[in-house]
Every structure is written in structure tokens, then in C-alpha cells.
Design a protein around this ligand. Structure first.
Ligand code: BG6
Length: 303
């Protein structure tokens, strides 16, 4: 694990990038650019907070979340890799893959030509990753901050055989009340409904409204998604690239109560809109090849 002092000596940029120990003694990097403030833990290369230039915090994090090595953080943007959900061949392997519970290295920090702050985290196969997944890979998570938050996941096959993986930027959006928001961009798309035994369905023509537990993987869809939140007077837009799946998740009452690291009363205040490649959209990469997936989230004040 890279020490905070070393990280600051190597990568800090006054006024833009700094490293500190935070909750649970995890290492956090704070990025500031164009009025945005973003916090990321090296544990999981996990964005835990984004305060945009105007308005409220964009990301939800549960008050009950663990902040400890080896456990996922409940909220922010967990990085799911190299599988999504339960591992079908090894049921005791960690749900959503090992990337979100691993310590990552900071590979580079810079300010680009337009003044955006850019940090890249790197994860490679080590002994604990190999116990679940035998392949050689480099996974880079690049976080770019200006008035928007841009995330990019790059998977490179550094081994001698092809592999197939699933992935998600499992973004927990903070909302005023999930019952009062609407989501556009998924009209007419086909989805796999986890709450209905993984059956395949097709969305209607209207914007999506959440009125019960929802756990859907929309497939073959590259559209940008907008979430209108009249309570917070804002619209969040997620534009994506290299991603064919979009997952929408809210646990609602029963599942929230059954989830240890999620407050029983917190479910109205989040909606996951996940930029992903999962189920039938899993990605195959040949030796030496790289696959890139990205999501850019922007905020528009509407009221
Ligand atoms: C979603 C899945 O992406 O993540 C859900 O579709 C799952 O099925 C949810 O319950 C939360 O997963 P976890 O492992 O963080 O509790």
C-alpha cells in the first residue's frame, strides 16, 4: 500500500490534488477543479463524494457503510470487475468481483490542457485476485474532474489467453425521493429483471418511474440517461461510451432492511444508474488488447 506521505510527495498539486487518511483509516485523494470537489479512496479506486460547483452532493453513501479494507463501500461509485453480481462458477467469490475490495495504486496525476484534474488508479493481478480469476490484466480507473465527473475503466489483457469479463461503474446517485424522480434514455430497451427471476422484458415508451424494488439490467443500450429530480431542482445526465448495459437498482423497503450496511430508512434517497457491460453484454478481450468503458455525469439546475 502506498503511504500517504509518499503519495503527497509524488503526486500532490497545491489547490488541486491532495492525499489524506480518512474514515476507517483508508487513504483518500481529494480533487478540486472548476468548483467541483471529489473524494476517492485508493481502496477500490472508489469515488465516495462529488460536490459539484452548484447545488447538493451528487453521490449517495449510506451512513451504515463499512469503510475498511476487504469490504465494499455502500454508495459512491463501486467499480465492479471482472464479474457483475454473483460469480456463477464460484458462488463464494466476492459479489461484483474483487476490484471494489482491493487496494489500488495511484499511477498518475495531472492537469490536462483544459485545466481538468486527472488521476489514474491501477489494479493488476496479485495472489488474492488470482485465487478467483486466473488471468493477467491491467485495470485502469481514470477519474477526470471539472464541472462534470468523468470516469473511465480500461481493461488490458496482459496475458497469453483471451478472457471475458463483466464490469460496472455502480453509481449511487443521491436523490431527494426516488418516488418523485423520472429517468429517460431507457425507453423501449430490453432488460433482464433480477426481481422477476432474470426474465427478459421490454421497457415502455414513457420515462421510467420507480414505484417498488427495481433491479434491472438494460441490455444493448448505449443511450445517455437523464434523471430528473424536481425535489433537488436538478437534472443529472450520464453519458456513456463503450458500455452496452445500464443497470438500475433501488432495494426499496424489504431489501434495504435485509442489507446490513444499508439503513432501513435510506432507500428513498438513492438510485443506482450503473454504466456497465453485463450478462449478454460481457466483453471478450484477446491477448494484448484493451477495452475501454466510460461515464460522464453532469448536473443541470432546473429549479
Ligand atoms: C446491483 C445489483 O447492481 O447491486 C443488485 O443488480 C445488487 O442485484 C446491488 O443487490 C447491490 O449489490 P451489493 O453487492 O453491493 O450489495
Amino acid at each position: 500500500m502506498q503511504a500517504v506521505d509518499t503519495l503527497n510527495r509524488q503526486f500532490a498539486i497545491p489547490g488541486a490534488v491532495s492525499f489524506q487518511r480518512g474514515k476507517g483509516d483508508l487513504t483518500f485523494v481529494e480533487l478540486r477543479s472548476a468548483g467541483s470537489v471529489v473524494n476517492i479512496t485508493t481502496h477500490g479506486a472508489h469515488v465516495t463524494s462529488w460536490q459539484p460547483p452548484e447545488g447538493e452532493e451528487v453521490l449517495f453513501v449510506s451512513d451504515e457503510s463499512a469503510f475498511e479494507p476487504g469490504s465494499p463501500i455502500r454508495g459512491g461509485v463501486p467499480v465492479c470487475f471482472p464479474w457483475f453480481g454473483q460469480n456463477t462458477t464460484t458462488p463464494n467469490a466476492p459479489q461484483h468481483g474483487f476490484a471494489r475490495i482491493h487496494e489500488w495504486n495511484v499511477e498518475s496525476v495531472s492537469i490536462d490542457g483544459t485545466g481538468r484534474v486527472v488521476v489514474t488508479f491501477l489494479l493488476t493481478a496479485d495472489k488474492s485476485a488470482r485465487q478467483w480469476w486466473p488471468y493477467d490484466f491491467e485495470l485502469r480507473h481514470t477519474v477526470t474532474v471539472d464541472a462534470a465527473l468523468t470516469l473511465a475503466l480500461e481493461t488490458r489483457n496482459t496475458g497469453g489467453e483471451a478472457f471475458t469479463f463483466s464490469e460496472a461503474l455502480h453509481t449511487y446517485l443521491r436523490v431527494s425521493d426516488v418516488r418523485n424522480v423520472s429517468v429517460t434514455g431507457l425507453e423501449d430497451a430490453e432488460y433482464i429483471s433480477k426481481t422477476d427471476n432474470f426474465s427478459r422484458k421490454r421497457a415502455g415508451r414513457e420515462p421510467l418511474r420507480v414505484e417498488a424494488e427495481i433491479d434491472r439490467c438494460y441490455i444493448n443500450t448505449r443511450s445517455a440517461i437523464s434523471l430528473d429530480d424536481p425535489g433537488f431542482g436538478r437534472r443529472l445526465t450520464v453519458e456513456k461510451s463503450g458500455s452496452d448495459s445500464t443497470v438500475v437498482w433501488n432495494p426499496w423497503t424489504r431489501k434495504a432492511a435485509a442489507t446490513a450496511d444499508f439503513g432501513d430508512e435510506e432507500w428513498p434517497f438513492m438510485l443506482c444508474i450503473e454504466t456497465a457491460n453485463a450478462f449478454t453484454d460481457a466483453v471478450a478481450v484477446a491477448p494484448g488488447e484493451t477495452h475501454a468503458m466510460g461515464a460522464s455525469i453532469s448536473v443541470e439546475q432546473t429549479g
